[in-house]
Design a protein around this ligand. Sequence first.
Ligand code: ACM
Ligand code: ZN
Length: 762
Amino acid sequence: MNVKVKLLFGLLLWGLIAGCEMPDTHPLPAGKSTGLVPLPQILEPLEGEAKGRGFRCEGALTLMWPEGWNMSAMTVWLEEAQLSWERTSEEREADWIWRVSEDDLGQEGYTLSVKRDRVTMSAGDAEAAFRAWTTLRQLLPETCEQGCASGFTLPAMHIEDQAYLRHRGLLLDCCRHFMEPEFVKEVIEVLALQKMNVLHWHLTEDQGWRLPVEAYPKLTQVGAYRTESDGEVTGGAYTREDIEDILAFASARHVQVIPEIEMPGHCRAALAAYPWLGCTGDTLPVPSNWGVFKDVYCAGNDSTLAFMKAVLDEVCTMFPSDVIHIGGDEVPKVRWAACPKCQAKMRRLGLKDEAELQTAFINEMGAHLAKRGKRIIGWDEILEGGLPEGAVVQSWRGMEGAIEAAHLGTDAVVSPTSHCYLDYPLRSTDLAEVYSFVPVPEAAKGHPGQIIGGECNMWTERAPQEAVMGKVLPRATGLAEVLWSGPKVTEAEGAYEGFLDRLDVLGLRWAFMDVRPGLEGVPVDLEVRPGRRGEIEVTVNAALRNVGGRVRFVSSSGAEGSAVNVGEPLTIEGTGTVQVDVVVRGRSTGVTESFPVAGHAAAHQPLELGYEPSQYYTGGGLQALADGRRGSEDFRDGAWQAVQAVDMVCTVDLGDTLDISALETQFYLYQDAWIFLPRAVTWSVSMDGQRFVDLPTQAPWGDAHKPDARQTVVPLRIEDLGIEARYVRITLANAGACPSWHDAATEPSWLFVDELVVEATR
Ligand code: ACM
Ligand code: ZN
């Protein structure tokens, strides 16, 4: 509304603009079906206000905010929503007004009241005012995300809100896969909308260096690109302009960008660019596989330390953040132990071991950054050789690092693998798990140091850009509520159900923003019951709200049987997969869940195990090897059974003497996870369970444990047997220690197996 027009028509227009017509508002069931995520600390519907009706805008707004507050993110949004706006300095003209609060409203605290004639917000500073705007944006109809020129209605209410913890972040790994600048901004927008305020930007890694460094151009010319196993070259790097643009975008949303420059490990891309940075000086490629590599920066070479400082100097010129993440995680010490320069430095400084050398390295960088007014943050391994001075600790291998940091009197950020790793599949970390996270455990309270917040970590080894948002959302939204709203909200009775209801509303907004979240958890699970001999009966059950779909069995030969609905039983004979295209609220999700299964003569027959399965990989219990459910391509799927260091012997009693035509099983091979094939496989059969006869079989892979073997499922089948027996036994010889070429040479290897399939007729 134009001010001149308003002045002309004065009071007449006042009624039309500010309160205007009084159309219906959204009803406001306290905090439940509003789309407010995270939930404000106090939210009261104003029933009495204009008979429960709220503020109506017909497409134009007059706004007032204090001088010096950057509200550009809001005004850009209003323009995209096709709402015309103007700024006023006359309080009585303002439809939306921000006031500087005289009171202490707490961390990023604000009040917001929606009344018939106006929306009033109070905040201590621009950052808190932005959080108030975020709440207001979530109160607007989600359709406004694509334009609402004809206006909107807001429900009358009063909100008082503040952050529980001040550091609420997401780590985005742009190294394992490069993320385009526009995508990084999209992530920042999503974070800001849920009141997260830190983008922890992982910029250097083994598999790619993304940060422009003028003094060392080969870091991005060489270190930003890797050659995949099929010969394709992938990668990319940011320019200084990209970084400036991203920082300006984040700053307008009060999101702090903390760059992570990994040291002294996870640096193979830098070593590929400048081999002299390492202990051996060997020329190594930028790796295209994942893991923890032995080659790290040489901690005894003055040139390497000078390099690191020059890189950090450029980081300081690019990033205004008052903290810089220096990594510090997963640093094998074997190169340092064998390096004359590293050993000489240890002697010179009187260091007792390589862990102390790491602390010395990080202390030197910390002191360098401190001169530039910056503090360092590092992964919890930085505690191992003594806490580097003034460092913030990011606890990821559990909460112990944060608790120790609190005892030592320093700040900590928590992102334990148990709740905060969004690269983990939904099977291990679903939304409910994230929402149950307790970021400040009792053991960390009352000490000189504090847990200042948390992050979820989006590592991208297996997530190219197009997969990232579906992994981040909605799980990061759960963490946003944990960190902003705090335990009074998230530990209240029925909190999670209320959160899911509000998430549904937020999901509508994301759809208008063209943001595509993934599922909240594993959508369906498989129930397997014994069928008649040689068959199993399976039911795919919904494990989330509103999930359905058709369930089919596709045999190993590709034949497709008849289909049933989720929740209905299906009888299965033979080997194949049960598949369901997951539907939520009647709409396809594009997700297909598959469960490898087998109906066979040994399914649900009694087993005798000559070993104890690992507590981490039981396969579901002592019956796992003959439960009708076979291991999938995910070794953590809960179906695989495993042991470490020992052999496996399993005997099944078929109940009767049967005519056995084929025996089949499968193994998992994943050398980076220390999972190897058995050294030998022996099948044997018996009529009486006492005397067993070995079948002429052996592991057909010989010595397959080559350094370049890929992660895979390896089947083993023998057929055309035509033997009669009641008992079948499989004996698996463990491969023993990881071989000498392996990064974990001499460590005990794992053996994974499932299922023990017996094809037979009576
Ligand atoms: C980490 O996940 N290596 C910090
Ligand atoms: Zn060295």
